[in-house]
Write a protein that binds this ligand. Sequence first.
Ligand code: UDP
Ligand code: MG
Length: 323
Amino acid sequence: MMEPCKISIVVPCYNEEGNIHYLHDRIIAALAGHEAYELILVDDGSSDRTLATIVALAERNDKVKYFSFSRNFGHQNALKAGFDHASGDCVISMDADLQHPPELIGAMLDKWREGYDIVYTVRDDSHDTHLFKKITSSFFYRFINSCANLNLAQGGADFRLLDRAVVDELKRINESVLFYRGLFGWLGFRQYGISYVPNERFSGATKYSLRRMVAFALAGITSFSVKPLHFATLAGFALSGLATLYALYALYVYFFTDTAVAGWTSVLASVLFIGGFQLIILGIIGEYIGKMFIEVKRRPHYIVKETNMGTASGRCAGTRWIR
Ligand code: UDP
Ligand code: MG
C-alpha cells in the first residue's frame, strides 16, 4: 500500500481578495479527495480585505494556514515564508490569481511519484497574454541569461513542485535578495518540466509594473553573476586602448604636421564619452556594493504579524500567535 504523503501548497497573496475563495475551491477539486494537505496562504501586506478573506476561509477549513506580513515584503519573500513553514513531503508554489491552473497539480504529483525532485512548469505563451508582457518577458529572460551565468527557461514562473529534500536545501539559502527562479537551476536535483497554457488573471490587476520587473531583472543578474563587472573591466581596457591610439595620433599631428589646435571638437567628444562611460561602470560597481550592504545587514526576509501556524524558525520576531 502506498503511504499517504502530505502535500503543501504555498500561495503568496498581495491584494487578491477576489481570488482566494475560488482558488481554494479549485485546489480542493484538483486534489481529488487527497486528504493529507495544507494550503499555506501568505498575505504579503495586502491593503484590501485579503487577510480577512483568508481568516474566514481558515475558520471553515482547518487545513488552511496563513501568515500575514507586517508590510509588503515581495513575492519571493512570501514564497520563502511558505517554504520555511511547510511541513509536506512535497511543496507546490503557485500564484493566487489562477493564472497557474490548479488542474496541473495532478500531473505534477505524478511526476514527483515517478521520482523527480523538482517539477517546474513552463508557460506556453504562443497564443495568449498581452503583447507587452510577452515582449518584456522575452527580453527579461534573454537579458538575464546573457548577463548572468544562467539558463532560465522563458515562461518559467514560480509554479513548481519541490520535494522535501529540495525544500530543506532551499531553507538553508539565506541571501537577502532572493531570486528563486535562478536558484533552482543552481540547486540541481532531478527536474522535469511541464508546459501549460496560462489563464487570464481571475480578479484584480497584476502587481508587476515595468519598474518592478526591471528591479526584479537587476536582482536576478546581480544575484547570480559578476559578469557585469567583467564587462566593466573589458570596456575599460578597450577604451584605454583607443585612447592610446588617439594620443599617438595627436602626437603625430603635433610633430609632423602644421594643422595644430584644430581638435577642439574631438577632445570634447571623447571627454564626454569617457565621462559617461565611467559613470556607467561606477553604477555597475555600485550595484554590487549596494548588494553587499544589504547582504551584510542580515535582516530577516519578512516579519510575520499574524498567523495560525506555529513556527520552527526563530526569525519571525514580534509574532503574535492567534491560536
Ligand atoms: N505577489 C506578492 N507580493 C508582491 C507582488 C505579488 O505576494 O509584492 C503575489 C501575487 O499576489 C500573485 C503572485 O505574487 O499571487 C504573482 O503576482 P502577479 O500575478 O501580480 O504577477 P504576474 O502574473 O502579472 O507576473
Ligand atoms: Mg499573475
